[in-house]
Design a protein around this ligand. Sequence first.
Ligand SMILES: [Zn+2]
Ligand SMILES: [Zn+2]
Length: 130
Amino acid sequence: MERNTIQRDIVMTVLKKLNNHATADEIYAAVRHEHPAISRSTVYRNLQWFCDKGQLRKREIPGQADVYDQICTNHYHVRCSRCGRIFDVDMDYIPALEQAIKDPHGFRFTGHDIIFTGVCPDCQSRDEPL
Ligand SMILES: [Zn+2]
Ligand SMILES: [Zn+2]
């Protein structure tokens, strides 16, 4: 197998094992754990390659590192305000939301993202007052 293909395989195998919505740093740490010879730039380059091919989608999260999403279709997220982890919410995407904007200031809207805020089950079970 070609070297690039092997590296891509390694990154994809690690991605599948991690929780979805991992950051590039988390992915790199997990890859390095199993394959210490692979460099950070190789991992980052491969993540970009998967994004370019439509197999992975980078999501910008306000105030924290971008995460990589293995579900590339439009969907909404919730961010845990305690641990910062990102989860999918079980809710249909609402394309009509953009038509609901009353005063678009001349914009042609091309998409939207919604990130809800909450406390995940793990953090709730840590028994701290909310
Ligand atoms: Zn949490
Ligand atoms: Zn997602």
